[in-house]
Design a protein. Structure first.
Length: 575
């Protein structure tokens, strides 16, 4: 799922759920779209019985859906550039509605699931960008809302599939068609026309991007990982020997763990141990879990427990694999996303069909042993790109920043006098925070440096910049011009980062130490406690890492020192 969120704030300080109707319309559609992954799990055995199909035939529900999604990922960037984000979104929703509603024979369902995959590719390629463009209640909140929708879809999909599947195997397909039709109407009504990208993407760009060793290595690792993942997802329902309702509950528990570990635990593990070490351990853990399923395939309780437990590993892996791709990719993030999505969905699409064929020809445990082997094989593949991943944490090939990096704006800094540094994001409190820091600098006889924090959002295989480099420089220039008009001399920096907010906070602490800063000042974060817990708090990381004073400034209050002991009160809003 994710790794990690946009700018330090959006245009207002509203909470994550105070968003315009356009954002809610797309978020609702996201829930229904992400249901498509686990929706059919509870009805796989019932489909096989009702339609007199073999498990390998039924597994084509996954294969057709994912392979078409994979191929479509290559062209969705070009399509969105040519026809615009809203048209792409609406087209994807309409295709899902049509193909989800058509269900008959096993061959027909497989074909219609393929059409569903096309619509889903069009939708997921633009949904995050549309939410970002439409958000006016706070960008950080919009990302939290998007990830909440993703988590709900993954978790609720199996539950809905189980409940409707207990009535009829056609129920989940018709239910999604109705819900997505509602989302389609809401999108048409509430999402405004959106401007197209400044530069259009070639349909061949994702394939050409795979010539880069780092991106290809991470893509192959993702292919192997998804082979094991979708073997489990597409074939584990059979040895459980449960009803559709019971299977729905099992996979809902699995989905809840996927969502929780993706949003809350993966970023913290990454910050503590690094991307590659966590992925090594996680892939090994998945191999063990899959081997347990294989060894205990004759005992339904063992399979159930192992499948639910795998949700924790899968949640971590989904987030950090995407982060690794963004770290090593030397091409534009949307192009890297499409190339990565192509390889990962190819692996996911081939695995269920191969599992069914292997089980028919050999033994029920063989597909799961093969899945365990693919998880293990992904470890040396990742190791082959370890050096690239480590180097990418310091720089990228085309000058696009990955780890936090500072870019000067305006005149050179003054030397000799310790400066006051003020850190702000792209939100409506920024000017007031800078002005309060300017008064502190004036009172202490210190020069002022304005640092604008610019970050990118990375969720699943999508990546979106919340503001481009020119917009960030313009924001700093506006602060400097306003200060100059009041006789305050100041310099500026843009702090650019892909990753969690905590990493940016630590980077600013290092910069302050290099300058010998008198203090670093921040305003109260517009991001809520949920967002700060999920992806790390900029202010908390800065406070713990800084060697100088860290002060909270506000227009009408005296600066307040921030320490490890005062941070909990700050988050609780009691300071």
């Amino acid at each position: 799922m994710s790794a990690r969120r946009g700018t330090a704030a959006g245009p207002t300080a509203a909470g994550p759920f105070q968003q315009p109707k356009a954002v809610w319309a797309v978020a609702f559609a996201c829930v229904i779209s992400f249901m498509g992954i686990g929706l059919v799990d509870p009805i796989l055995p019932a489909l096989a019985d009702s339609l007199h199909a073999s498990p390998s035939q039924v597994s084509l529900l996954f294969s057709s859906y994912l392979i078409v999604t994979a191929v479509a990922m290559l062209i969705v960037g070009w399509f969105a550039g040519r026809f615009g984000a809203k048209r792409t979104l609406v087209t994807g929703l309409a295709v899902i509605v049509v193909f989800a509603a058509l269900a008959g024979s096993i061959d027909g369902i497989v074909g219609f699931r393929a059409g569903w995959g096309l619509g889903n590719a069009l939708f997921i390629a633009t949904s995050l960008a549309v939410i970002v463009a439409s958000a006016s209640g706070g960008f950080g909140g919009a990302i939290i809302l998007y990830e909440t929708a993703l988590g709900l879809g993954i978790a609720v999909g199996p539950l809905l599939g189980g409940e409707l599947g207990a009535i009829s195997w056609r129920g989940p397909f018709f239910g999604v068609a109705v819900l997505m039709a509602v989302a389609l109407v809401a999108t048409l009504a509430f999402v405004p026309p959106l401007p197209g990208p400044v530069r259009r993407t070639s349909p061949l760009a994702p394939l050409k991007a795979l010539r880069h060793r780092g991106l290809l290595t991470m893509g192959i690792m993702a292919l192997l990982y998804n082979w094991g993942f979708f073997t489990m997802l597409g074939y584990a329902p059979y040895p459980m020997k449960l009803s559709a309702h019971q299977l729905g509950l099992v996979f809902t528990g699995w989905g809840l763990l996927v969502a929780a570990f993706s949003v809350f635990f993966a970023p913290r593990l990454q910050a503590r141990f690094g991307t590659a070490p966590v992925l090594y351990a996680n892939l090994a853990g998945l191999a063990v879990v899959m081997a347990v399923i294989a060894a205990g395939v004759g005992t339904p309780a063992v399979v159930v427990v192992a499948v639910v437990a795998s949700g924790a590993f899968i949640g971590i892996n989904n987030t950090l694999t995407t982060q690794a791709v963004m770290l090593v990719s030397p091409v534009e993030r949307p192009v890297a996303s499409s190339a990565y999505g192509f390889l990962r969905f190819i692996g996911g699409g081939l695995a269920p069909y191969a599992a069914g064929k292997l089980a028919d020809a050999t033994d029920l445990s063989v597909p799961f042993y093969l899945g365990a082997a693919t998880f293990l094989l992904a470890v040396p593949v990742l190791a082959g790109g370890h050096r690239l991943l480590r180097l990418a944490e310091q720089r990228t090939g085309d000058g696009e920043t990955v780890t936090p990096t500072l870019t000067p704006v305006g005149g050179p800094p003054r030397h000799g006098t310790p400066p006051v540094i003020v850190a702000v994001g792209a939100h409506d409190r920024a000017a007031a925070t800078v002005d309060a820091a300017a008064r502190l600098a004036r009172d202490t006889g210190s020069p002022l440096e304005v640092v604008h924090v610019r970050q990118a959002a990375v969720v699943e295989e999508q990546a979106v910049d919340t503001e481009d480099a020119d917009q960030a420089r313009a924001a700093v220039t506006a602060h400097l011009d306003r200060l100059a008009a009041h006789g305050v001399a100041a310099t500026g920096q843009v702090l650019t980062s892909v990753g969690d907010h905590a990493a940016a906070g630590r980077a600013l602490a290092r910069h302050a130490a290099d300058l010998g800063a008198r203090s670093v000042t921040v305003g109260r974060s517009p991001r809520g406690p949920l967002a700060q817990f999920a992806d790390g708090s900029f202010t908390s990381a800065l406070t713990h890492a800084a060697h100088c004073d860290v002060l909270l400034v506000a227009p009408d209050d005296a600066p307040r020192p921030l320490t490890a002991s005062t941070l909990p009160a700050l988050r609780a809003g009691t300071t």
